[in-house]
Design a binder for this molecule. Structure first.
Ligand code: HEC
Length: 114
């Protein structure tokens, strides 16, 4: 029997996985060079890649750094490229946290109720 069909099953993962830049860990989607240039000077790029947010929350994060952390201002088109990249590459993922543990399964507290 041919092994070809089994190999086909492996194809989609290889085709759709975005390439990762080994030096920064950034996904190589359009605009990634801007994020490499502007987002790794003060902290690791890992702080960027570990965050998940929609476009407006990414903008809030950038504004917060500009107001409190000396992040420089961007040309509007550069800022737009950065936001497009971040929103597309690191979008919100509601299932990143596990569901809360049901109270009945939590350890019994030894502290008296206050
Ligand atoms: C001028 C310095 C500087 C630059 C450049 C910079 N940041 Fe930051 N950023 C900070 C500081 C300071 C913190 C807080 C670090 C900490 O909490 O340890 C931070 C925190 C963050 C966080 C974590 C926010 C949180 O809520 O925990 C993210 C995400 C982030 N930066 C993304 C970016 C992105 C995206 C860029 C590029 C657009 C960028 N940073 C460029 C200074 C900078």
């Amino acid at each position: 029997m041919s092994r070809f069909p089994a190999l086909l099953l492996l194809l989609p993962a290889a085709v759709f996985a975005a390439e990762t830049d080994p030096a920064t860990g950034l996904l190589k989607n359009p605009g990634w060079e801007q994020v490499r240039a502007h987002c790794g000077g003060c902290h690791s790029h890992a702080l960027v890649t570990s965050q998940r947010a929609d476009r407006s929350t990414w903008l809030d994060i950038i504004r917060w750094m500009q107001e409190t952390q000396n992040l420089w201002q961007f040309q509007p088109e550069v800022e737009s490229q950065i936001l497009d990249y971040l929103a597309a590459s690191y979008p919100p993922q509601p299932n990143r946290r596990r569901a809360p543990i049901p109270p009945g399964l939590m350890p019994k507290t030894t502290e008296p109720d206050i």
